[in-house]
Design a protein around this ligand. Structure first.
Ligand code: FAD
Ligand code: MLT
Ligand code: ZN
Length: 475
């Protein structure tokens, strides 16, 4: 795949720069990485699609170190790519060329937790799952959950405005993040870690950094609102005969389960088959193959009441022919196994070969039409699988070929983006733009909006050192 040429405005790293970085961090041995073997995984993305050739990784331990590093890079015009858990799917987290990798992995301390308000404050490099485990002991949970939870950082989640599987219940990080500490490219520390739920004192600057994908500043700490951990949890995977029935089931599930509904996900038969081909431990949870699968989860506080509600929904949906078969987890092992099916499509696709990965917001009644049309366009040139957060109108459309195939790519793009744009959808529901979709932004945003994005970028990062080649299209 082509990458944009290296921009000559950026300085090339010299030995004196490395020496300088060693002199401004407390633990140069651990914080300054130059060993090619240690750098290799930082240079390559999770999907093995994007690879840079950075000669330097920096792993600061404090916000002051981050500030000193960025101030120097800004003065020297050294380009920098902020990196969290490196699970991003759009080529945003790795260098395109020789940018310095600024990894947040050593900034992973919980700073405070208030059990009355539920406000958690932690450093940006905390792993999502570790935070959830920390909160579990206190009777709370993280307001977001996603398949990459074992590796992704909360800072990366905020930087990408990650959605995930419980968005429908707990909402967006734009609502749950109460405060951020951010280091700007010139080394200024912008601190709004106050954890206030209400604060109408002028512009809410932190919102700009949520979803900015490392292009405006480096997030070093986060305050967020965490909900009480549900006392009762149910999950069911159900067989649904058509995508129309998926939509009807969604309408009914909202009416029947109301406030306890916590996830409503779907995948198609082709996704199930690809996953079983690639991951031998995965089994179809239903007794016979289904055209569509939905996963319904509840988070509540009273087991008897929640189970009764779920059973009521199941009876009604089966009576109406919306659901033809299903399984309800009876214990934690089954609960995990059902979620594992939903959370492993990315891994299965990546094992199968080259992934053409699309993450689209499309009005729910049109969502699956795109998968059908793309499947027809590609015939047997690629495997086409569709799954996603149907409760949020978020389709994950993935095509897979054994190796990169330019003809297949040409059949998919710009078709998928044009189609989505015509429906008034978004070419990135939750994964972001990164390098992959930088030049496709116009399918979702008017020219005026892109112009103001440029103004904001130049205001925060006038030397354009942060995450170059990504997010903002070239003029
Ligand atoms: P990285 O991949 O390291 O970085 C992502 C972007 O954020 C880059 O542009 C990087 O420069 C920037 N960045 C990272 N940390 C910082 C920081 N501290 N300050 C400033 N910028 C920073 N995404 C979803 O939204 N929903 C899902 O359901 C979902 N499921 C996934 C499942 C799997 C199996 C995988 C592999 C990925 C999934 N993703 C999902 C995508 C990805 O995990 C998320 O985008 C995640 O939020 C990225 O976090 P990270 O720490 O890995 O960030
Ligand atoms: C998911 O919902 O599974 C993730 O966003 C990853 C993917 O799109 O494959
Ligand atoms: Zn997703």
């Amino acid at each position: 795949m082509e990458k944009p040429p290296r921009d000559a405005r950026y300085a090339k790293l010299e030995e004196r720069d490395v020496q300088h970085f060693r002199s401004i961090v407390a633990d140069p041995q651990a914080s300054v990485v130059t060993d090619p073997d240690a750098l290799a995984p930082l240079n390559e993305d999770w999907l093995h699609k994007y690879r840079g050739y950075s000669k330097l990784g920096l792993q600061p331990r404090t916000v002051e170190e981050v500030a000193r590093i960025l101030k120097y890079c800004n003065e020297r015009k050294l380009a920098v790519v902020p990196q969290g858990g490196n699970t991003g799917l759009v080529g945003g987290s790795v260098p395109v060329h020789d940018e310095i990798i600024l990894s947040m992995s050593k900034m992973n301390k919980v700073l405070s937790f208030d059990p009355v308000s539920g406000v958690l404050t932690c450093e940006a490099g905390c792993v999502l799952q570790t935070l959830d485990e920390y909160l579990e002991e206190k009777g709370f949970t993280m307001p977001l959950d996603l398949g990459a939870k074992g590796s992704c950082h909360i800072g990366g989640n905020v930087a990408t405005n990650a959605g995930g599987v419980r968005f429908l219940r707990y909402g967006s990080l734009h609502g749950n993040v109460l405060g951020l500490q951010v280091v700007l490219p010139d080394g200024t520390i912008l601190d709004s870690l106050n954890g206030l739920r209400k604060d109408n004192t002028g512009y809410d600057l932190k919102q700009l950094f949520i979803g900015s994908e490392g292009s405006l500043g480096v997030i070093t700490a986060v305050s967020l609102l965490t909900p009480a951990r549900p006392k009762s949890v149910n999950v069911a995977v159900l067989s649904v005969p058509s995508f129309e029935a998926v939509q009807k089931a969604f309408v009914e599930v909202k009416q029947d389960l109301g406030e306890i509904l916590s996830a409503f996900e779907f995948w198609d038969r082709q996704s199930m088959e690809l996953e079983m081909q690639q991951l031998p431990h995965i089994r179809d949870p239903l007794s016979s193959p289904s055209p569509f699968y939905i996963l319904v989860e509840t988070h509540g506080s009273n087991e008897a009441h929640d189970t009764e509600k779920l059973n009521g929904f199941l009876e009604r949906a089966m009576g109406e022919g919306l659901v033809t078969d299903g399984t309800v987890a009876q214990d934690t092992t089954q609960f995990r196994a059902l979620w594992q099916i939903r959370e492993s499509f990315a891994e299965a696709g990546s094992k199968a070969g080259f992934n053409y990965k699309y993450d689209l917001s499309i009005p729910i009644n049109k969502m699956y039409d795109l998968a059908t049309e793309v499947r027809e366009r590609l015939g047997d040139k690629a495997q086409t699988i569709a799954y996603g957060h149907v409760g949020d109108s978020n389709l994950h459309l993935n095509m897979v070929t054994p190796k990169y195939d330019a003809e297949v790519h040409g059949l998919i793009e710009p078709f998928v983006y044009e189609w989505t744009s015509k429906q008034g959808g978004s070419i990135s529901a939750e994964h972001g733009l990164g390098l992959m979709k930088r030049d496709c932004l116009h399918y979702s945003k008017p020219e005026q909006a892109i112009r103001y994005m440029r103004v904001i970028k130049e205001t925060f990062d006038p030397q354009l050192i942060l995450n170059p080649y990504k997010v903002i299209p070239l003029q």
